[in-house]
Design a binder for this molecule. Structure first.
Ligand code: AKB
Length: 304
């Protein structure tokens, strides 16, 4: 029987994983450095993922056998304090690895990101294994984690699975500190009748995905037979690609009269080092990945 620990559980992905496992009647222990605003749907313990002893005790106390380690400082926040970003992203990752090995954890899910790519990755359509020279500390920590996943599998047989997420579009819990956050900010401004000042220029094309697809992809990957996985590091996945200009057209076609001006800031350079489109054919071939939500459907759902 699966008994799952989720770290960083109150964030954008964690909130939705909790809902998913709750529907499936699977035991979850959610942990976060913050306290929840309302009663969670599962067990909750406040814990800092840098506190290895505390996480280890919780794994033992709740008899955990699967971990979803979601803690991370995202790309834009990471640039404000790169040392803190490295420390949180990497030390928490290493803690989870050590805890997994000493507690016989069956499987770990750890999200990577399209931030692992860089300007030399042939950004028009990024393949699974291009040249990877990330420009942000966030991207560097994600690429390091990917290398470690492969290393720990070869060294110890530790089964860590990973996806390179594009921007994720969700309504209930929004991300914080990312470069793709503009899309949710713009949608929320439209819903509230505010105008919006976009921090990327109008033709910046980036891959995105609806939250339900992001969750389903992880669940599918985690339930695939290990021998079917040809990628030991992290799989490319994508939903669709969009620019701020296209998003505005879509918002207007749904009946919202949003005013947007464009004031690119430091995040423009980050976005310019990321893919316009992603080739996710390995995920399609190995575990039958197929996104359910396209551009129009996603924006419509997010505007509700
Ligand atoms: C970010 O913008 O930093 C994240 C990501 C693409 O990983 N949403």
């Amino acid at each position: 029987m699966d008994r799952i620990l989720i770290t960083g559980a109150l964030g954008q992905l964690g909130t939705e994983f909790i809902k998913h496992f709750n529907r499936e009647n699977i035991f979850v222990l959610a942990t976060d450095i913050k306290l929840p605003n309302s009663k969670p749907l599962c067990e909750f313990e406040q814990a800092d993922s840098l506190d290895k002893k505390r996480i280890d005790e919780l794994v033992k106390k709740y008899d955990i056998n699967i971990i979803y380690h979601l803690v991370a400082i995202l790309s834009a926040s990471g640039e404000k304090d790169p040392f803190k970003s490295w420390k949180l992203n990497m030390n928490s990752f290493q803690n989870i690895v050590e805890i997994s090995l000493s507690n016989n954890i069956k499987k770990v899910f750890w999200p990577s990101s399209m931030a692992v790519f860089g300007t030399e990755s042939k950004l028009d359509l990024v393949i699974q294994n291009p040249v990877m020279n990330p420009s942000t500390m966030y991207g560097i920590t994600k690429l390091t984690g990917e290398k470690l996943i492969e290393y720990y599998f070869n060294k110890f047989g530790l089964d860590i699975r990973s996806l390179r997420y594009p921007g994720i579009i969700s309504v209930e819990t929004v991300p914080g500190g990312g470069t793709t956050d503009y899309i949710i900010d713009m949608i929320n401004a439209a819903k509230k009748g505010f105008s919006y000042s976009c921090f990327l220029n109008e033709n910046t094309e980036l891959p995105m995905m609806y939250i339900d697809d992001a969750i389903n992809a992880a669940i599918k990957l985690m339930s695939t037979k290990r021998s079917n996985l040809s990628i030991l590091s992290s799989y490319n996945i994508t939903g669709f690609s969009i620019t701020p200009k296209k998003l505005l057209i879509e918002i207007k076609s749904n009946g919202f009269n949003l005013k947007v001006d464009y004031k690119p800031d430091f995040r423009q350079k980050i976005a310019d080092s990321w893919p316009k489109k992603i080739d996710d054919s390995f995920a399609k071939k190995d575990w039958d990945w197929n996104p359910e939500f396209g551009l129009k459907q996603t924006i419509k759902k997010a505007l509700k």
